[in-house]
Write a protein that binds this ligand. Structure first.
Ligand code: ATP
Length: 229
């Protein structure tokens, strides 16, 4: 197995306030890893550090063996980190087609393949993103990240606030992406879905990794202690 992403004791601050106290995380090529923890424990901050949307203050971050600590967000994106941020940010005034085209980089993922994954997007190619439903916007956000042909897809709460039927479609897509061999780091609250798709989980508590292991080893005890379920 090739190690695709490796974080060691990553710390980070928002101004004077420290948010991360030691995040350690491993993700191998082709793996789906769930980053778990209660609200405010540092999952989004970890993702921001990985995508270089914010600087870290200590520890190390490696993508395919390369130190990414000093790189800018666009550079890390070019190296293959495809981020689907919390809140599904699409370019609101642009059409679906435009949102997808501006993200495109050479590789197996193109408009046709994204539409095969999310047929609803095909029907809405000319529609401006602002007028899409929440679920369609989420599909577009994922489609846009795929158009960059990422080596690692990062999904931050991709199913949050969506109707059950749409959540189902998103999870189905995630399972398909996994089957196709894509490496995925995801944050989500649905333990049931995570248990079905993830290979491993990393649990964070107050900005630090407290547990990392195979999804089958995530016991009810651990879930109760760290996830409040
Ligand atoms: P959630 O599931 O609620 O999104 P999370 O695990 O993603 O939670 P983070 O958003 O990473 O948690 O937040 C970690 C800590 O950093 C929290 O204490 C939060 O209040 C703080 N924090 C997050 N964003 C900011 C910010 N922009 N400025 C200051 N503090 C922040």
């Amino acid at each position: 197995m090739t190690r695709l992403l490796e974080l060691r004791d990553v710390t980070a601050c928002y101004g004077p306030v420290q948010a991360l106290f030691g995040i350690t995380l491993d993700l191998d090529q082709g793996e789906v890893v769930a980053l778990m923890g209660r609200n405010g424990m540092g999952k989004t901050t970890t993702i921001r550090c990985i995508s270089r949307l914010m600087p870290h203050s200590g520890g190390s971050l490696r993508l395919a063996g390369r130190d990414i600590a000093g790189l800018t967000a666009p550079k890390v994106a070019r190296l293959g980190v495809g981020l689907v941020p919390e809140g599904r940010r699409c370019f609101a005034p642009l059409t679906v087609a435009e949102n997808l085209t501006v993200a495109a980089r050479p590789g197996p993922w193109d408009m046709a393949r994204v539409c095969a994954l999310f047929p609803r997007l095909r029907e809405r190619m000319g529609q401006v993103a602002r007028t899409l439903s929440g679920g369609e916007q989420q599909m577009l956000a994922i489609g846009r990240a795929l158009m960059t042909n990422p080596r690692l897809l990062v999904l931050d709460e991709a199913t949050e606030g969506l109707a059950p039927v749409v959540r189902h479609e998103i999870w189905q897509a995630v399972r398909r992406l996994k089957a196709e061999g894509l490496s995925i780091l995801l944050v989500d609250k649905s333990l049931r879905e995570i248990a079905q798709v993830a290979d491993r989980a990393v649990i964070v508590e107050r900005g630090a990794t407290v547990w990392q292991g195979g999804i089958a080893d995530l016991t009810a005890d651990l879930a109760d202690r760290y996830l409040g379920v």
